[in-house]
Design a protein around this ligand. Structure first.
Ligand code: ZN
Length: 830
């Protein structure tokens, strides 16, 4: 199916004006198919000319243009030609559509907990034609009037306020002009909590089986929502325009959330059914704030074409953290941003697929999807922080408001955004934009002898100005902090002439800029002892990110990272830093960067650190102590090797009180037991029967896949290959466990079969879903030259979609990083 090209979109936008779209969906026709009738009223600026409408039905029954029937058989490649257009036209389409099971389009799933069915629409990026006929491009906005027939017991939600007009029949109020990819319908026996704030009707919704948790957590969700509305109203001076505001937590959602105006969808793992650490709650609150920022930036003003998608995401990502810090209890949310989001972004910057924040070419809609990554979010938000440092916050906010007012209910692009910023600040931003937005890569910053050196990457040279600070610490105290404006390659840092004995010098200590930080040798040597009592959590995240980045670049021995972890981690207080660095150890540093012969001892040190944290947690009061206990227990359960203790924990004995009855924690323990081959099939069956929730079913799939037996690996591989019932989440759960094997020979026979599996999955899943699964299917854990060769050979195939190819290239690159590190520090031993 060809993806809409930019050239086609420009031509169609020049020709057409869409006045109104009526959509009527029948969701009461069984599990596989639904009915779809569309009426599009549209104007044509050159009567007599032709265009095409986008439509990907299972069956097309009837089409009429201005009352004249068209031949449904003329539909080809998802396009139907419309000729002899009048100045004003009416297109009527009646079709049968198919539900999806990959989170793209109208996704339908069955909740294993109670057998109830749920439907939600996720039309980003180009799935709208699988739900209704449309001109599917972001700059042909129109008001939508949607009506839905569904089982009478279902709740139906969408962009406009819902009115039940008859049993099983809901009409959604006509919307303000929306881009096609924002239209959604959520339907099913959702549990709901409704409220109101400042005249805006609010609702939070989740599957009925999650109702107890939704009711428990609704007030926190709504409190965050209210605070964000007040904040954005004050900041932008433009009221939220889209009527009601519903937040629907839906199953098997690929992204974190989607900013459909009036009806935002979230992945429903954000409704916590067990313990949640502060970083999990910050992340959820940040997502709420992020989607709300989109109501203005993205929804009210939408990018003209997909190449400016970054503008939406960078802005919303930045605005979310700024807002969370200002209006919630999470005043340290930038720490979470630093350790979780920026670690993701710097990895994207190291990968072959790195690209400029803006101006990455998107010749067609699908190629834009690939650029929707850690660069668009984490780097983009960091660059906006640098823009604010450059022009001042007042000018930034004024520029944003001007941009929103100029293009409300329409579209804008980078040139127009920068013009608004230039007019508000009175400064030219052409050179700044070239360096920061239009050139890929991160500068390298190092401080030596009182001078900060900035080294641009050789492959992406640019003259980036930075505003940042440098700090020196020793003996648990901050000795000095210097703010610097970096304009050339060498900038004096007065006050930080040398690294104090046993102390640490931290370039970019406040984490204000986007750069790779090189630590000086004295600081690296002092890290294992000095990290623990460093008093500034933001500086600790900068050090962790620098250290892990250097491991990936083969500039620091991974054993040093392990030493720092063993020494400092049990004393860390931020749950974000604790969780994310432990994940880096157990999923990257130990299995990829250390030789196999050292991995067990290294894992024992990780488990030892987790035990130390567990011993410390009861001495820390209240929720903070609970959070430490939760992280300590989760990390020990994922890395410990004492089967007896794991069995006791699985039975609920000896675990921290806060984790009692926590099914998700129990599955972490069971997964570890299974990976140690200490869990029988019947024990897995008993556990699965005791937890028939969606989360439990997915966890059981993962547990079955990690078992280190030939039979288990064979089962997992054939499930991925043949089980067409495996949803996007199911496939991810199986793939995520497959390569876990203490003996590499167990999984080696599958390395050369990866390509065929990937293509099979690609045939039944969209690129967004499949590229996530592909990253897990790549044999990155088998770190040797033979795997690297197989990985490179995969790319010779000509049957890979762009998203799959990109995921394979990036996974292969990470394998290459591990090999380079082993060559440097172990003489290539595997
Ligand atoms: Zn977003």
């Amino acid at each position: 199916m060809p993806s809409l090209t930019r050239t086609e979109a420009v031509a169609r936008a020049a020709l057409l004006r869409v006045d109104a779209v009526d959509v009527d969906l029948d969701l009461d026709r069984g599990d596989e198919l639904f009915g779809s009738r569309t009426t599009i009223r549209f104007g044509c600026r050159a009567p007599g000319s032709a265009t095409f409408v986008d439509l990907r039905p299972r069956a097309l029954h009837a089409v009429a243009l201005n009352g004249t029937p068209l031949d449904p058989a003329s539909l080809a490649d998802g396009r139907l030609e419309l000729a002899d257009l009048l100045a004003d036209n009416v297109l009527e389409v009646e079709a049968t559509m198919a539900y999806s099971h990959d989170g793209q389009g109208l996704h339908r799933s069955v909740d294993p907990a109670d057998g109830e069915h749920y439907v939600y629409g996720h039309l980003f990026l180009d799935a709208a034609p699988t739900v209704f006929a449309c001109f599917d491009q972001p700059d042909l906005k129109a008001p939508y009037s949607v009506a839905v027939s569904a089982p009478a017991a279902w709740t139906v939600l969408g962009n406009g306020a819902a009115t039940v007009v008859a049993p099983g029949r809901t009409e959604l109020a006509t919307t303000l002009p929306l881009a096609t990819y924002f239209v959604t319908v959520c339907a099913g026996p959702y549990a709901s909590v409704r409220a109101e704030h400042d005249g805006i009707p609010l609702g939070v919704h989740a599957r009925r089986s999650l109702a107890p948790y939704l009711h428990e957590q609704a007030e926190h969700l709504l409190e965050t929502t209210r605070a964000c509305f007040d904040h954005y109203h004050r900041l932008f001076g433009i009221r939220y325009p889209f009527g009601e505001y519903h937040q629907v937590f839906v199953p098997e959602f690929n992204a974190g959330a989607m900013e459909n105006p009036g009806c935002v969808t979230f992945r429903d793992t954000m409704i916590f059914r067990g313990a949640a650490t502060p970083d999990q709650v910050i992340s959820r609150s940040g997502t709420i704030a992020h989607e709300m920022a989109h109501m203005w930036f993205g929804d009210l003003v939408t990018m003209t074409w997909w190449d400016d998608l970054w503008l939406n995401e960078s802005f919303a990502e930045y605005m979310a953290y700024r807002t969370i810090v200002e209006v919630t209890e999470f005043t340290d949310a930038w720490v979470e941003f630093g350790i979780i989001r920026k670690l993701w972004g710097y990895a994207a910057e190291r990968a072959p697929s790195t690209h400029p924040v803006a101006g990455a070419p998107a010749p067609d809609a699908l190629s834009a999807l690939g650029n929707f990554d850690g660069i668009s979010y984490a780097k983009g938000a960091s660059v906006i922080r640098q823009l604010i440092a450059y022009i001042g916050d007042e000018a930034f906010v004024a520029g944003v408001v001007q941009h929103l007012r100029s293009h409300a209910y329409g579209n804008g692009d980078l040139v127009q955004f920068l013009a608004a910023m230039e007019s508000a600040s009175g400064r030219s931003l052409a050179a700044w934009s070239r360096a920061w937005l239009e050139t890929a890569g991160a500068d390298r910053l190092a401080v030596d002898d009182g001078v900060l050196t900035r080294t641009p990457p050789a492959t992406h040279p640019a003259d980036r100005p930075h505003r940042l600070d440098v700090a020196a610490f020793a003996n648990g105290r901050e000795l000095a902090r210097v703010e610097v404006v970096v304009e050339g390659e060498r900038t004096p840092v007065p006050g930080i002439v040398s690294t104090p004995v046993g102390g640490l010098v931290v370039p970019n200590a406040g984490d204000l800029t986007w750069a790779e930080v090189s630590l000086d040798p004295a600081t690296v040597a002092a890290l294992p002892a000095g990290m623990a009592d460093l008093p500034d959590p933001q500086a600790r995240t900068v050090l962790w990110v620098a250290l892990l980045g250097a491991v990936h670049r083969a500039e620091i021995d991974p054993r040093i990272a392990l030493d720092v972890f063993a020494e400092a981690w049990p004393h860390e207080t931020s749950s974000a830093v604790l969780s994310r660095t432990a994940l880096a150890m157990t999923s990257r540093v130990v299995p990829l960067f250390l030789p196999r012969g050292e991995q067990q001892a290294a894992l024992d040190r990780v488990a030892g650190a987790a035990d130390e944290l567990l011993r410390r947690a009861p001495w820390v009061e209240g929720a903070r102590g609970d959070a430490l206990a939760v992280v300590g227990a989760r990390v020990w359960a994922a890395s410990g090797c004492e089967v007896d203790r794991l069995l006791r924990w699985a039975a609920g004995d000896g675990i921290p009180t806060v984790l009692e009855g926590d099914d998700d924690f129990r599955w972490i323990v069971l997964r570890r037991l299974a990976s140690l081959n200490a869990l029988s099939e019947s024990e897995i069956e008993i556990a699965a029967a005791a937890d028939r929730s969606l989360a439990g079913s997915l966890a059981a799939l993962g547990v079955r896949a990690v078992r280190p037996t030939a039979a288990a690996k064979e089962w997992a591989w054939s499930a991925l290959h043949d089980d067409t019932q495996l949803s996007n989440y199911g496939a991810l759960a199986v793939a995520g466990g497959f390569w876990m094997a203490p003996d590499p020979e167990l999984v080696r026979p599958y390395v050369d079969k990866v390509g065929d599996l990937v293509v099979t999955l690609s045939a039944r899943m969209g690129d967004d879903a499949v590229s996530r699964v592909v990253a897990a299917i790549h044999p990155t854990r088998l770190v040797d030259d033979a795997t690297a060769e197989s990985s490179a050979a995969l790319l010779q195939r000509d049957d890979l979609t762009p998203g799959v190819r990109r995921a394979l290239v990036d996974a292969g690159h990470e394998l290459g990083e591990a090999l380079a590190s082993r060559r440097r520090y172990d003489g290539g031993r595997s």
